[in-house]
Design a binder for this molecule. Structure first.
Ligand code: NAD
Length: 300
């Protein structure tokens, strides 16, 4: 899905392409020729020597993949996990990174898988600076039928994969982060945790549990210098989003009503994630950062 280009009506600055952020407003000033190179160099050094684990890459549209690109592009060395059927995709994507990632299988509902991922990361990296949690799932029928019909099993699965897994990953990551003097954990949530969106159903309940878990983990792990935050992303057409009935209507409503009058791009979530994961965000924890073109402030 591409972001809608905002109009260039009087009073609005022209929009020019930007390879990092997709689009940005032009200013009256002529660009300083070397500024782009200088900031690219700064970005590369921002994560150099940092070690990260990314959970939740299915394909090139995955938000977790955008975060992998944003952090690896700034110099991070990554381990990326895949869920069974995505093995080939994740290997192919990893090979395109500046430093190919350590690719490992992980079903987040399996304690044994989680244990073996962190044992391998410890063995290969000797520690960890950041973890990105981008795993979420609810059975399709829970996202198409009335919320009152949510089944006990559908509820259990959605909460296990989408919320409990953050706690399990954070617990396993903490000792590796302590070896590096601390770390940063980031998960991905959606405004459906707080407001009702058609068909989001039990995922909204899972995201509410996820956001509460962010706060409890932040309080618990803060004394070990481990930060825990979430990005609440605007809607993006990904594999997970395709399972939500009427998702394209949500995209249209955001485009029409969000203050920026457009949807967000995965690369923009990657940029915001890089900020929270890097030392630039080192005093931020327990936070849910809204990256949604401002939609969350609207009343109607
Ligand atoms: N796309 C959106 O509109 C949107 C908006 C806000 C938040 N989010 C959140 O962003 C995160 C990433 O989703 P996405 O939109 O990039 O879709 P995606 O389908 O690319 O990613 C979802 C990932 O969850 C993984 N997953 C599911 N069950 C798993 C399991 N048992 N073990 C391990 N991994 C498992 C899948 O393999 C996949 O990689 C999710 O938490 C999602 O809720 C998405």
């Amino acid at each position: 899905m591409r972001a809608e280009a905002p109009g260039t009506a009087i009073g609005r600055p022209a929009i020019v392409p930007n390879p990092i952020m997709g689009t940005h407003a032009a200013t009256d000033r002529a660009p300083v020729v070397d500024a782009a190179d200088a900031s690219a160099a700064d970005r590369v050094s921002e994560f150099s020597g940092k070690l990260g684990l990314i959970v939740g890459v299915a394909n090139k549209r995955s938000i977790a993949w955008a975060i992998a690109q944003a952090t690896a592009g700034r110099g991070a060395r990554l381990a990326i996990t895949y869920q069974g059927r995505f093995e080939e995709h994740v290997h192919e994507l990893s090979e395109g990174l500046a430093h190919p990632a350590l690719v490992l299988p992980c079903d987040v509902t399996s304690d044994a898988d989680i244990e073996s991922v962190f044992a391998k990361v410890d063995q290969e990296f000797g520690g960890l600076d950041f973890v990105v949690h981008g795993a979420a799932f609810a059975p399709r029928e829970e996202l198409t039928s009335p919320f009152a019909n949510t089944t006990r099993e559908g509820f259990r699965i959605a909460l296990d994969v989408s919320a409990y897994s953050l706690i399990a990953l954070a617990r396993a990551a903490a000792p590796l982060m302590e070896k590096r003097g601390g770390g940063s954990i980031l998960t991905l949530t959606y405004l459906g945790s707080d407001r009702v969106f058609p068909n989001y159903n039990v995922m909204g309940v899972a995201k509410a549990a996820l956001e509460a878990s962010v706060r409890y983990l932040a309080a618990d792990l803060g004394p070990r210098n481990i930060r825990v935050n979430a990005i609440s992303a605007g809607p993006i057409k990904t594999l997970a989003a395709a399972g939500i009935g009427g998702f394209s209507t949500i995209l249209n409503v955001y485009r029409d009503r969000a203050p920026l009058r457009r949807n967000v791009e995965a690369a923009e979530i990657g940029e915001a994630a890089a900020f929270l994961l890097s030392d630039a965000g080192k005093a931020i924890t327990g936070e849910v950062l809204m990256v949604d073109s401002g939609f969350h402030i609207t009343g109607m």
